[in-house]
Design a binder for this molecule. Structure first.
Ligand code: SAH
Ligand code: SF4
Ligand code: F3S
Length: 458
């Protein structure tokens, strides 16, 4: 297990702002967790709390966990373990743990970590009331205002995640998510639109619609609207300039959805379509419900209808029984498709899933080798893909400062940094790309005449 240390304890614990209560949130896992932590933060602010950079200064600490791989689970367990010391020194601190670690495990966890005051499952915000009585007066469904923290200061976000469908109806043999997030539940179109309108009013310019299988959206709603219909509705919200969505399942990536991305100007030309493996036998044992040929055909269609689209995918290496030849099929698929971004993970058996009953027979060293091979291949491909931007001008939305440089993303979701005086946050900026790396681009804002930045404020 990983050893997690809290930030060093201060020599003496003093309440910096007497009478004001403070919260600290620790998050690991997917964008759904980020969205839920943002919502918890918004709720606590509504209840009068302010953020604390360090656990030591907080009146309530919320831990948002993930168990998708052993490594994530170990990190969360290590952090919860480290909080024992905080609780010993400050018995008045309230500790709440949420996220996928908790579902169905409360009793077992409570025995192991008695210093935790509350265990609550994903989205069960109403249960926070027992630790934060002030929340009794807050309308939980109406608080959807994310904030970001920058050195203790909180500002409204420029971009926001909006969950649109919870849970997952697939049962991929390696995956624990359906056991911890349950069956699919779509939020009604009107509720999503109302939330996006509220975000736009707060200054948010870009929304990412979230779901474990976001393109399954709507089949459980009256009238069965689909993701393309939802995109069209969100597209009408004034103030929102960019729309993204995550994560899609290849089985449901319909022509209608591809056309929506192609035709709706605000929907960004970026598709995240996890393939997991490039070998049909492995895909069958993963219970993915598509073949490599079907996947390839979808990608070809996407590229045909959305010119200049950027593509990302997820890969698992070292799945039970994965032979060298089967791994090479994945490797060759990556060489063939040339994704802009690949998230690669070493297979990690998750108790309770189907594949956990099969021998985890690819040795750790071999998993590492395959992982490295994919990373090295992808580093080369991503560099070549990104180099096509050098000399071109791209439009980015600046979402913040990172180590003295302004940071933004292109419509294709590529990271771009530039240096310039002034405050560029929340602005659409035309940047001429001067340098490319596999992970980001460097550039300079396009200037008109003197030093006047050409800013596309909308
Ligand atoms: N719903 C998405 C992803 C869910 S989990 C999809 O269908 O692709 C996010 C990523 O974690 C997955 O894409 C997969 O690559 C990885 N993952 C999930 N379970 C895993 C496991 N047991 N071991 C290693 N990686 C895993
Ligand atoms: Fe897990 Fe598969 Fe559902 Fe994705 S589609 S969340 S990998 S079960
Ligand atoms: Fe992790 Fe749960 Fe997300 S297991 S990846 S936090 S859905």
């Amino acid at each position: 297990m990983q050893l997690i240390q809290l930030q060093p304890a201060p020599a003496s614990i003093v309440d910096a702002v007497p009478g004001v209560k403070r919260f600290h949130i620790w998050t690991i896992g997917c964008q759904m967790n980020e969205a839920e932590s943002a919502k918890a933060a918004a709720l606590l602010r509504q209840a009068g709390y302010v953020p604390a950079v360090r656990e030591w200064d907080a009146d309530i600490v919320i831990v948002n966990t993930c168990v998708v791989r052993q490594q994530a689970e170990d990190k969360a367990l290590g952090y919860i373990g480290a909080l024992a010391r905080l609780k010993r020194r400050r018995p008045d601190v309230r500790i709440a743990v949420t996220g996928c670690l908790v579902t169905g495990q409360e009793r077992r966890l409570a025995e192991r970590f008695p210093w935790v005051d509350l265990w609550y499952g994903p989205s069960e915000f109403e249960r926070l009331v027992s630790l934060v009585p002030e929340l009794a007066d807050v309308d939980i469904d109406l608080v959807e205002l994310p904030h970001y923290y920058d050195e203790g200061q909180a500002d409204p976000e420029v971009t926001a995640f909006v969950p649109v469908i919870y849970g997952c109806n697939f049962v991929c043999s390696y995956c624990i998510v359906p056991y911890r997030r349950g069956r699919e539940r779509s939020r009604p179109v009107e509720q999503v639109v109302a939330e996006v309108e509220k975000l736009a009013a707060r200054g948010v310019r870009e929304v990412t619609l979230l779901g474990q299988t976001v393109n399954a959206y709507g089949h459980d709603l009256p009238g069965q609207p689909d993701l393309a219909d939802l995109l069209e509705r969100v597209h009408d919200v004034p103030g929102i300039e960019r729309i993204r969505f995550l994560t899609s399942h290849p089985k449901y990536f319909s022509d209608k959805l591809i056309r929506a991305v192609a035709d709706l100007p605000k929907v960004c030309e970026h598709v995240n379509l996890p393939v997991q493996s490039g070998d049909n036998e492995v895909l069958r044992r993963m219970r993915r419900h598509y073949t490599v040929e079907e996947y390839r055909e979808r990608i070809a269609r996407i590229r045909e209808l959305i010119p200049d689209v950027t593509l990302s995918t997820d890969i698992i290496v070292g799945f039970p029984g994965e032979t060298e030849e089967q791994f090479l099929n994945t490797y060759r698929l990556l060489e063939e498709i040339r994704f802009d971004k690949v998230h690669v993970a070493m297979y990690s058996p998750r108790p309770g899933t189907l594949s956990a009953r099969w021998p985890d027979d690819v040795p750790r060293e071999e998993k590492r080798r395959r992982h490295r091979a994919v990373e090295q291949l992808q580093e080369r491909i991503a560099r070549e893909r990104n180099e096509r931007y050098v000399g071109r001008t791209v439009e980015i939305l600046v979402d913040g400062l990172a180590r003295g440089r302004w940071r933004g993303r292109t419509r294709g979701n590529t990271l771009v940094f530039f240096e310039a005086p002034g405050d560029w946050r929340g602005r659409f900026v035309e940047v001429r790309v001067t340098q490319a790396s596999p992970w980001y681009l460097l550039g300079e804002p396009v200037t008109v005449g003197a030093a006047e930045p050409a800013i596309l404020t909308r």
